[in-house]
Design a protein around this ligand. Structure first.
Ligand code: ARG
Length: 463
């Protein structure tokens, strides 16, 4: 392509083509070609509307429609020569249309601008990603539900500060992630509903004097309505920021579970065994089975949240309406979307494949004086002690067990009575972890009976 070709879109005012460096900094085709399908869908809707409103002849509209379909199949087939000189996906498609159908191609841009065009394309792209995220999150929730069902009543230690706190159930721990992902899902749905207004027809910034029908293009593209302010329509990137915010929060949840998997799969914990399919070996240490997928998921939050910060910084100082800064929105979102989808899929596979080691979980559940709170509660309930006194007595019993290098259930009744004379042998009933978890029947508690109710509720919701 020659310099003069490069200038066909605005060549009337320009005597010379751009410097090579100008072209390099200006062009977005290297990345915005990912929006080709959305660009062509937007142009088809626009052309059909121009014909329906009498702005364009049916004959020209039909030529445009056929030309756009040809271009779509060329792009999908990998037969399209993208040109940097033609800057972006919008101009690449339009220039190709001109080659294919001639003069009518020049009429397609009536009543629109690249400003509303790019906002429309990008919204459609982000909307598709929100739909993909919704499916990915729901699938991962089902994977966690499957784990919860399999071990609804398996005991394990619950932690605070990563110190053994109280026994909980495996099912309860898995269902905690179902709750988190459930909020992620609802955030994705909210974002989709809020963003679903069409910018198309806002034109450069002020609307147009042509009698266009914005409701028609909005409907054709699956939007709920046209955006009500043309200045806002071309300058809004909230939808992209909200997408990145949804992605960041969800990636943070994935990262927390990834961290748990790294800990749990270690030789010191052995709570879970990850499948070979989602682990790697070491080139020097034959015994190693590394949780690389979990570690990479843990790291993904960095680039996803980074994209969120970067785009916020791009947008924060821009006067209305469009500024070329906004072209920097896409790479951030593309990269975050790719990595979010990959992290969701990898976590899905890991959760489905992993096996919980019931015995190791149970052994850990009973260690670390995990039923000390049950003992204190027993002193309150049976001996009528104020909780603060019971806490003190229990602390003394833990210290005694520690000095004897045993756990609480291993103390004798005489040991117990040496700390508090009124303790009876009934106390041993509450020191077992099974009894401990079974007793926590408060709503949302860890008792298997409660966990099973939550499993049933989510199974119904997810259908
Ligand atoms: N490639 C541009 C972008 O991504 C398209 C819009 C260009 N509009 C303009 N007025 N220069 O933002």
């Amino acid at each position: 392509m020659s310099d003069s070709d490069a200038n066909t879109m605005w060549g009337g005012r320009f005597a010379a083509g751009p410097d090579a460096i100008m072209e390099a900094i200006n062009a977005s085709i290297g990345f915005d070609q990912r929006m080709a399908a959305q660009d062509i869908a937007g142009s088809r809707a626009h052309a059909a509307m121009l014909a329906a409103t009498g702005i364009l002849s049916d004959k020209d509209a039909e030529a445009i429609r056929e030309g756009l379909l040809t271009i779509l199949s060329e792009i999908e087939g990998g037969d399209f020569a993208f040109s940097t000189a033609r800057e972006d996906i919008h101009m690449n498609v339009e220039a190709r249309l001109k080659t294919l159908i001639g003069e009518p191609a020049g009429r397609l841009h009536t009543g629109r601008s690249r400003n509303d065009q790019v906002a429309t394309d990008f919204k459609l792209w982000v909307r598709d990603q929100l739909d993909a995220a919704e499916a990915g999150i729901a699938s991962l929730m089902r994977a966690f539900l499957g784990q919860a069902e399999a071990g609804a009543d398996w005991v394990m230690p619950g932690f605070t500060h990563l110190q053994t706190a109280q026994p909980v159930t495996w099912g309860h721990h898995m269902m905690a992630y179902v709750e988190m992902l459930g909020r992620d899902l609802s955030r994705v749905r909210d974002a989709r509903a809020r963003m679903n207004e069409s910018p198309l027809g806002a034109a450069a910034l002020a609307g147009t004097s042509f009698p266009i029908d914005r409701a028609m293009t909005a409907e054709a593209l699956g939007f709920d309505r046209p955006a009500a302010n043309s200045l806002d329509a071309v300058s809004d990137r909230d939808f992209a920021l909200e997408f990145l915010s949804c992605a960041s929060i969800c990636a943070m949840h994935l990262s927390r579970f990834a961290e748990e998997l790294v800990i749990w799969s270690s030789a010191q914990f052995r709570f879970v065994t990850l499948s070979d399919r989602f682990s790697t070996g070491s080139s020097i240490m034959p015994q190693k089975k590394n949780p690389d997928a979990a570690e990479l998921i843990r790291a993904k939050i960095g680039r996803i949240f980074g994209a969120n910060v970067a785009l916020t910084m791009v947008m924060k100082g821009l006067p209305l309406t469009y500024s070329k800064d906004m072209q920097e929105d896409k790479e951030q979102v593309f990269d975050a979307a790719d990595n979010w989808m990959l992290a969701l899929a990898a976590m899905d596979g890991m959760v489905r494949d992993m096996s919980a080691n019931r015995d190791a979980l149970a052994a850990a559940a009973g260690s670390g004086f995990s039923t000390a709170t049950d003992l204190a509660d027993w002193l309150v309930r049976v001996l009528g002690m104020p909780f603060r006194d019971a806490h003190h007595v229990t602390g003394a019993l833990v210290a005694l067990a520690e000095s004897k290098a045993c756990d609480l259930p291993d103390l004798t009744l005489a040991d117990m009575q040496s700390v508090h004379a009124d303790i009876t042998s009934d106390v041993f009933d509450v020191l077992g972890v099974e009894n401990s978890v079974a007793s926590r029947t408060s709503y949302g508690g860890t008792a298997p009976s409660e966990v099973k109710k939550q499993i049933a509720r989510w199974t119904e919701i997810l259908g």
